[in-house]
Ligand binder design. Structure first.
Ligand code: ADP
Ligand code: MG
Length: 246
């Protein structure tokens, strides 16, 4: 079986001025199969976002090989890379990057509009339904809670039907309940067979994945299955409905 993601001896260095070099990634090798749910954990500055940008074809490695669906990304044309970015991969970031004066449904439509889809409104509405926001279609970001804004961003990531979801600290700005709501959506996307890579620096968040890769100083220090996996739906079921209630 071909891995969705395979990296071999990946390095990334940033040249800062004349004599300062930052080695953000120092030779990573791993592969991720279709349907996996991998958490990447590590302290701030360990190279998590650098790795995610490379995996998402938003940046290129300094050295090493990155195979996406078995194809070497450094041999792909710009058009081929754009096809992967626009159809195969969905991104969720810590900051939601929603357009402020634009309704939820219009924000979610954007990737479709850029890619010339005809049925953008219908697909955007379905994606918002999927994240439980059917009653917020025409709200603007500032009329939504932070957790709802992140769910709009997830709907936007989903709307093109990607098979690979890359989420970089998607719960970093969220309270516990909103975090679990986002994780429950991500877990259900994985249950449907989508491949998930989730970056976090929090242990509890990482335990929602099925496999945990730890980074430190640009190197993998461990790569293990998650043994006592947390299920967000169960955690939400056991939470009080309103804050402050017992
Ligand atoms: P993390 O997401 O784990 O906090 P990053 O991948 O953002 O880590 O950063 C890894 C290292 O690379 C850090 O030392 C950071 O300062 C450096 N770095 C990241 N992006 C850049 C950049 N564009 N230019 C220079 N250095 C960078
Ligand atoms: Mg980061």
């Amino acid at each position: 079986m071909t891995a969705v993601i395979e990296v071999q001896n990946l390095t990334k260095t940033y040249q800062l001025g004349r004599d300062t070099v930052v080695k953000a990634l120092r030779g990573l090798s791993f592969s991720i199969q279709e349907g996996e749910f991998v958490a990447i954990m590590g302290p701030s500055g360990s190279g998590k976002s650098t790795l995610m940008h490379i995996l998402g074809c938003l940046d290129v490695p300094s050295k090493g090989v990155y195979l996406l669906d078995g194809k070497e990304t450094n041999r792909m044309t710009d058009n081929q890379l754009a096809r992967f970015r626009n159809h195969k991969i969905g991104f969720v970031f810590q900051s939601f990057n929603l357009l402020p004066r634009t309704s939820a449904v219009e924000n979610v439509e954007l990737p479709l509009v850029y890619n010339g889809y005809r049925n953008a409104r219908k697909l955007a509405t379905e994606a918002l339904d999927r994240v439980g926001l059917m009653d917020r279609l025409h709200h603007r970001p500032n009329e939504l809670s932070i957790g709802q804004q992140q769910r709009v961003a997830i709907a936007r990531a989903l709307v093109t039907g990607p098979s690979l979801i890359l989420a970089d600290e998607p719960t970093g700005n969220l309270d516990t309940r909103s975090s679990e709501e986002v994780l429950s959506i991500i877990q259900s996307l994985n249950d449907e067979g989508r491949t998930i890579v989730l970056v976090t620096h929090e242990h509890d968040i990482s335990q929602h994945a099925k496999r945990l890769v730890r980074l430190r100083d640009g190197l993998i220090v461990s790569d293990e299955p998650v043994s006592d996996r947390l299920l967000a739906a169960d955690i939400l079921r056991n939470m009080p409905t309103e804050e402050g209630q017992a």
